[in-house]
Design a binder for this molecule. Structure first.
Ligand code: C2E
Ligand code: CA
Ligand code: CA
Length: 733
């Protein structure tokens, strides 16, 4: 039996005892009292009635009434009464019974007396008595019944309410258990605090007196460590400050809710405080970390670049507008620096996008470490960054920052096991000289950056109005390029490629030129990139291929030596799904021979193209087409593709040939390329050979073919035709 069961039993026993004894005592005693009062009242009225008759006899024989015993006795005998026997007697003042009725009633009796008067003087009294036996008998019976009833009620009470009360207690215990388990398992943290008062009765501190496991997990991890702790020490300063600030609100019976985060932990809580009882405070902590973090993430995504975590274009516009407003108010100047990494595309193309991403992240770290915290560095997209320098002071400061940024990028980057050398080109626009709004300043800084690229990269330039004109020219070029194809402004030149051993023409590279209606002849270096950017390279590349094939067919038909015709193909063309299809159609339509056609791919083509595209392009070798890797050695590529792809020729880039007679590094590189290609059974071609010394060195190393001004510059079609015709296969120098 539990403690509560025991006390419950005690309680019901006392209750049953109380109620049953009340019944057993109260009913008979009240019956007795009420009946006794009734009896007294009857006796009173009977004595009064009797007194009336007796008095009339006394009045009729004053002083002599004592001797009227017979009449008086008759009166007493005749007195009307109910069935209950009633004993009446008249007693004189000196105690002598003067008259009585002839009745004997059993004792005990109840009696009432009334004085009788003769001439205003008390001369005796009338006594009326009735037996109390019937009343006592009835009372005894009722008492007996009541006790019986009491006992029954006692028994019933012992049984019925015990169950009911037990049930009530059980329900109470169950509901408490339910709330307890809710308290224990709820994911919100809950703590109960005792309010501590100082000697003046003011609140001095709070002590944790209970907490649920969630609360423990949120703040300490161990329930035992929490209970008894100072609430403010446990829940931190935000809690203390907020709580103390609003203490009065709370003291008036209200409740508080606020949000707090723990400085050392990355959590956010919604806190509700209320007082369940006097001197007690309850706090409910709801963990809202996830929703706060989601909000932060959305903010982050809207205003920060996901890769570098730098402000994005949107946030940058916000910041630059604020900075401009400030500069206008304070009458200060500021600078916008537009920075672009040089040859970033090469990294992406040759090492893949994840390496490119890594480089951008590291570059952004370096850049941010070189600007003041009050300045803004943002990523505008791709490999473009912008910096806003406020409170510029003098122009020289912008120069200083630009140079620092360039220097910071120049140190080698370690990316995925590769040591990468990257540089940056920067354009600077100044407020208020070069523009007074964000758009103009960014546009002009961008233009100045473009100039840094054109003037050899790895440098910075301030914006100047001339740049505006040049930019306009670029736009004109773009428009002009679109029209050039329709107007037939492109033409080809062929640059012969000679055999290193017998110096005969073995091939010719087709090189495109643009005959601009007003600007005259434009070299490919000035429009190929633009054509690639605008997508015009596709129709232009197809035009080059078709024209080369037509020339080949015409020269073959004219009986000229059947040399290889090499066509440069841009990676954009390879990315095109149906490139081999285009080649096949051109070959069919022109009747050119596949065996005489060579496709020149750059290393980047091999990296950007999908595996399917590359294998489709190499599949063209089945038709007799040969494939050369152009500008070999300038990309960041791994050499693995040389091993896996069936390459016919490697073209050693002009950059390694220029100083080959004087630069030992270049010599080593060229020697290595030649040896490697020989081992792999790939023919090699040296580009940009201009001197006999270069030629001899290359020949001595075992170079197979030579292309360069030393033999021939790129030639117009008819000049190339005459050359082929006159020299044929026996050309010698
Ligand atoms: P590339 O494929 O490396 O072409 C060789 C370039 O080197 C040509 O410049 C040629 O004139 C130049 N060159 C040849 N021998 C010498 C030499 O001894 N000394 C010097 N200094 N230069 C020499 P070009 O014609 O200006 O072409 C430049 C680039 O334009 C080409 O480089 C090629 O990448 C691109 N290109 C030219 N035609 C086409 C084309 O039809 N399609 C595509 N996609 N690109 C083309
Ligand atoms: Ca080429
Ligand atoms: Ca080349």
């Amino acid at each position: 039996m539990t403690q509560s069961d025991y006390s419950l039993q005690q309680l019901t026993l006392a209750l049953a005892l109380g109620i049953s004894s009340l019944i057993a005592l109260l009913i008979p005693s009240s019956y007795f009292l009420l009946s006794y009062q009734g009896l007294q009242a009857t006796l009173e009225s009977q004595t009064e009635l009797t007194a009336n008759s007796v008095n009339s006899i006394i009045r009729s024989s004053q002083k002599m009434w004592r001797f009227e015993e017979v009449r008086l006795s008759e009166v007493l005998e005749r007195m009307p009464h109910d069935e209950t026997p009633q004993f009446l007697r008249i007693v004189s003042e000196d105690g002598e019974v003067v008259a009585k009725n002839n009745l004997i009633i059993p004792t005990p009796v109840a009696m009432h007396t009334l004085n009788i008067y003769d001439a205003g003087t008390v001369v005796g009294r009338i006594e009326a008595s009735r037996s109390m036996r019937p009343l006592l008998q009835k009372t005894t019976m009722i008492a007996f019944c009541s006790i019986l009833g009491g006992v029954i009620i006692f028994i019933l009470f012992r049984r019925l309410p015990l169950n009911a009360i037990k049930k009530a207690f059980q329900t109470l215990a169950e509901s408490e258990k339910k709330y307890r388990s809710l308290y224990q398992t709820m994911k919100e943290g809950m703590a109960l605090h005792r309010v501590n008062l100082d000697e003046n009765g003011a609140i001095s501190s709070f002590t944790v007196i209970d907490a649920n496991p969630s609360c423990a997990a949120m703040f300490d991890g161990n329930l035992d460590n929490i209970i008894g702790r100072d609430s403010f020490a446990l829940f931190g300063d935000t809690f203390r400050n907020f709580f103390l600030e609003r203490l009065e609100v709370f003291e008036h019976g209200g409740s508080l809710s606020f949000e707090m985060s723990l400085p050392d932990k990355d959590y956010f809580y919604n806190v509700q405080i209320f007082s369940p009882d006097h001197g007690l405070i309850a706090t409910l902590f709801e963990d809202i970390t996830e929703s706060r973090k989601a909000e932060q993430q959305i903010q982050q995504m809207a205003y920060f670049d996901t890769l570098t975590k730098l402000p994005n274009r949107a946030l940058f516009h916000d910041r630059i507008n604020q900075a401009l407003a400030q500069a206008k108010r304070d009458n200060t100047s500021m600078a916008v620096l537009f920075l672009d990494l040089d040859h970033f595309k090469n990294v992406n193309d040759t090492l893949g996008h994840s390496a490119g991403d890594q480089l951008l992240i590291e570059a952004s770290h370096r850049l941010s470490s070189h600007i003041r915290s009050s300045d803004t560095l943002a990523r505008m997209g791709g490999d473009e960054f912008v910096v806003v320098i406020t409170h510029l002071g003098e122009q020289l400061n912008a120069t200083y920052v630009a140079q620092k940024l360039i220097d910071s990028i120049q140190a080698p980057f370690q990316i995925k096991g590769n040591e990468l050398y990257v540089s940056a080109s920067i354009g600077i626009a100044l407020f208020p000289d070069d523009g007074t709004n964000a758009e103009t300043l960014i546009k002009h800084a961008d233009m100045a950056m473009y100039f840094s690229k054109e003037s050899g990269r790895n440098t910075y330039n301030f914006f100047s109005p001339v740049m505006n004109q040049k930019a306009l020219m670029r736009m004109e070029n773009e428009a002009g390029l679109r029209l050039a194809l329709q107007r037939g402004e492109f033409f080809l030149e062929f640059q012969p490629i000679m055999s290193a051993s017998n110096r005969t023409i073995v091939a010719a590279e087709a090189l495109v030129r643009w005959n601009h209606p007003t600007r005259g002849r434009i070299p490919p270096i000035e429009f190929i990139t633009l054509a690639e950017e605008t997508g015009l390279i596709l129709p232009l590349g197809e035009w080059v291929l078709r024209t080369t094939c037509k020339t080949m067919k015409a020269f073959n038909d004219a009986g000229l030596p059947p040399v290889r015709y090499c066509v440069n193909v841009s990676s954009k063309q390879i990315e095109q799904q149906n490139f081999p299809e285009v080649v096949r159609t051109v070959l069919c339509e022109t009747g050119a021979k596949a065996e005489q056609l060579e496709i020149e791919l750059t290393e980047s083509c091999l990296v950007t193209g999908t595996d399917t595209n590359i294998s489709d392009v190499f599949g063209m070798r089945d038709w007799g087409i040969t494939i050369a890797i152009d500008d070999f050695g300038t990309g960041y590529s791994s050499l693995s593709y040389i091993k896996t792809l069936p390459i016919d020729h490697i073209k050693i880039d002009r950059a390694f040939v220029v100083d080959i007679c004087t630069n030992v590094q270049d010599q080593a590189i060229v020697e290595a390329i030649i040896t490697m290609s020989q081992r792999l059974g790939i023919n090699n071609i040296a580009e940009g050979v201009e001197t006999q010394d270069q030629l001899e060195f290359l020949h001595s190393q075992g170079c197979n073919e030579i292309q360069g001004y030393y033999f021939h510059r790129p030639l117009p079609v008819d000049a190339f035709e005459s050359l082929l015709r006159s020299h044929g296969k026996t050309e010698t120098i």
